[in-house]
Design a protein around this ligand. Structure first.
Ligand SMILES: Cc1cc2nc3c(=O)[nH]c(=O)nc-3n(C[C@H](O)[C@H](O)[C@H](O)COP(=O)(O)OP(=O)(O)OC[C@H]3O[C@@H](n4cnc5c(N)ncnc54)[C@H](O)[C@@H]3O)c2cc1C
Length: 381
């Protein structure tokens, strides 16, 4: 089915993103896998080409596109190359940076945004704690007032870009008596005394993304590091999570669509019983189902992207896009593995890695169960 939400300008942007990735990123992929992280050069190159500043005002070095379709296109092109590229870049440019753009003070914007646009400052978002991620309102990292400073203690885990980040937008409890309204966002820099990181966590997929535990031990910060209002952190996260979930949905579909295209080619090339394996009726019907699943999911996600670029996406529709696309992605990739036979279980095949890389999409950015909880609540239950 033809996609209708993208104009010639968007498609031209897609061409430049694809060219950038083919030239600067694809040749290095195996090195990223071995290093279990993306090198700073990736961020500097992406920044130099303008891909990290789509949400950043021009006065701070960005392009201020004000059209999420450009973010979505970059996410799609990254996902076609590799799922981890998309998740790491999304966490920085589409998820963390917007907190600074929309809630930061002029001084904070001047301090951080030019580096965020150029790739010299890499960001991460610290919400999840070892004690829990789904129940964000119960987080335990604290900031206690001492004179005109805050003293921060606690830890975060599973933080994407956590091992390399220079700046972590961190959700912290500033008032234990106020539940969700006692949570505040702080910009914690990696050079702040008392900040430390654990090892790069050993994951079953997306090894190219660095994922880390972060520790805060008596970090002393002034009010100038508060992002947004004191006590406004939870509401800010609820407002920003739909964009995170939409970006995840875009990546989920694009990732599975690309691997499905490669699988269809494999089904033409691979022979069994004197014919291409795609000609065997079971496989032919299965492939018919998979392309349909992807196109139907893509149509929904496209409409969500369009709604978001017009400022109309609801949190509930973002939740639907997120859980459904994650489910479709995982189902499709599981079948793609099956269609590859034994090669589908070999790490050297893209389909095997894609299958491992996809598993987390049902867990992060709010698990699929939490998405259904939100949708169910909206039905009045
Ligand atoms: C690779 C990776 C990268 C990540 N990156 C980040 C990051 O950059 N920043 C960040 O802050 N977090 C990050 N996360 C954390 C992620 O968002 C959490 O893992 C997720 O929100 C689930 O939280 P949890 O792991 O504590 O599971 P729990 O909250 O302990 O949930 C366990 C299970 O119970 C289910 N469950 C929980 N509550 C309910 C409920 N009310 N109803 C029904 N079922 C429920 C969950 O769906 C899940 O299946 C990342 C995670 C991974 C694996």
């Amino acid at each position: 089915m033809d996609r209708t939400i993208y104009t010639e300008d968007h498609e031209a942007f897609r061409q430049s993103a694809a060219a950038f990735l083919a030239k600067k990123v694809t040749p290095e992929l195996e090195e990223h896998l071995a290093a279990k992280s993306l090198p700073r050069q990736f961020w500097l190159d992406a920044g130099a080409e303008g891909f990290l500043g789509l949400e950043i005002p021009e006065e701070f070095g960005g392009s201020d596109a004000q059209d999420f379709r450009f973010n979505a296109i970059f996410a799609e092109e990254l996902s076609k190359v590799n799922a981890a590229l998309a998740s790491c870049t999304g966490i920085h440019a589409d998820i963390t940076v917007p907190y600074i753009v929309h809630l930061g003070t002029q001084a904070q914007k001047e301090r951080w945004l030019p580096g965020c646009a150029s790739g010299e400052i890499l960001t991460a978002i610290g919400m999840t704690e070892p004690g829990g991620g789904s129940d964000l309102a119960a987080l335990r990292t604290t900031a206690v007032r001492d004179g005109d400073e805050w003293v921060i203690n606690g830890s975060k885990t599973f933080i994407t870009n956590g091992f390399s980040a220079d700046l972590v937008v961190t959700a912290v409890r500033t008032d234990p008596s106020k539940g969700a309204r006692g949570i505040t966002l702080f910009g914690i820099e990696a050079t702040d005394p008392g900040f430390s990181r654990g090892r790069k966590l050993d994951k079953v997929g997306q090894e190219e993304s660095d994922t880390a535990e972060l520790f805060f031990e008596n970090i002393r910060l002034g009010d100038d590091r508060i992002i947004g209002e004191i006590g406004g952190g939870f509401i800010a996260m609820m407002q920003k999570l739909p964009q995170e979930r939409l970006g995840a949905a875009v990546s989920n579909v694009a990732h599975a669509k690309q691997i499905l295209a490669e699988t269809i080619q494999y089904c033409h090339d691979r022979k069994a019983f004197g014919q291409s394996i795609g000609s065997l009726q079971h496989n032919k019907f299965l492939l018919a189902e998979l392309v349909t699943k992807i196109e139907v999911a893509e149509a929904y996600v496209d409409q969500a992207v369009l709604a978001h670029s017009e400022g109309k996406l609801t949190a509930i529709d973002a939740a639907k896009a997120k859980w459904w696309s994650a489910e479709v992605q995982n189902d499709v990739l599981d079948d793609c593995v099956q269609l590859h036979g034994g090669y589908g279980f070999m790490n050297e095949y893209r389909v095997a890695r894609a299958w491992r890389d996809a598993r987390v999409t049902k867990i992060w950015a709010g698990s699929n169960e939490i998405m259904k909880e939100l949708i169910g609540r909206d039905l009045g239950f």
